[in-house]
Design a protein around this ligand. Structure first.
Ligand code: SAM
Length: 224
């Protein structure tokens, strides 16, 4: 099977299992081939529905969770999105495709080498023009480009960080995994037109930790 057929069968599985619900998210998956974002030694597993190591103890998320979170985010063309946890850049690429040229993705990663790898991965698809990659502590959000239409955190977060309230636009949506190091629930936070916040907790997930000021403090982490 060639890569296009392998990607098609992954997409069919994601649709059948209910992770991909809309045509626009399906189109994004058709145009963003996951094999461009995995390490060479994991190429033969690129279309399997599981997280894979990307170095530095971090992972590219499973396609099903990327699809599921993207659907929850209800991305519109032209949106300005803050993403915390760039990793391989796979989720970034899906979002970049969805917001098109008028939109902007600001994606923060704490590990410089991963941010640089993500840039090279995004370049392969020419999806870097509406993406701004930042190296830093995303647990503080990113004041410079606020407010955001959408915010997504792809690392386990101990509690809802303060910046969600102050940096999310009215009528905005944020999706993030909240919980312990062992298990989290996906939180969907919606701000209405008056700025009132509603939080809904969805499925259980397991992410690598958000490490930083409003994240987890790991004892062996020298950056905290
Ligand atoms: N969405 C990514 C992808 O598609 O490859 C996977 C993200 S990975 C599960 C989580 C990422 O969050 C890791 O790359 C990790 O280094 C990063 N991270 C952890 N704490 C962070 C912080 N405070 N600020 C920014 N990035 C952080």
């Amino acid at each position: 099977m060639n890569t296009v057929s392998k990607n098609m069968s992954l997409i069919n599985y994601l649709k059948k299992s209910g992770f991909i619900k809309t045509k626009k998210v399906e189109d994004a998956f058709l145009n963003v081939d996951r094999s461009l974002f995995v390490l060479p030694q994991h190429l033969d597993e690129a279309y399997e529905d599981k997280p894979l190591p990307i170095g530095f103890g971090q992972t590219i998320s499973a396609p099903s969770i990327v699809a599921y979170m993207t659907e929850l985010l209800e991305v519109d063309e032209g949106n300005k999105i803050l993403e915390i946890g760039t990793g391989s850049g796979y989720q970034t690429a899906i979002l970049s495709y969805l917001v098109k040229e008028r939109g902007l993705i600001i994606s923060i990663e704490r590990i410089r080498e991963l941010s640089e790898m993500a840039y090279k991965n995004l370049e392969k698809l020419s999806l870097y023009k509406n993406v701004k990659l930042i190296v830093g502590d995303g647990s503080l959000g990113y004041e410079e480009d606020k407010p955001y239409d959408r915010i997504i955190i792809t690392a386990a977060t101990p509690s809802i960080p303060n910046f969600i309230n102050t940096q999310l636009k009215n009528n905005g949506i944020a999706v993030l995994p909240i919980g312990t190091l062992d298990e989290q629930r996906l939180a969907i936070i919606k701000k209405d037109e008056f700025g009132k916040i509603e939080i809904h907790y969805d499925i259980s997930v397991i992410f690598v930790p958000l490490i930083g000021y409003y994240g987890f403090k790991l004892s062996n982490d020298k950056t905290n």
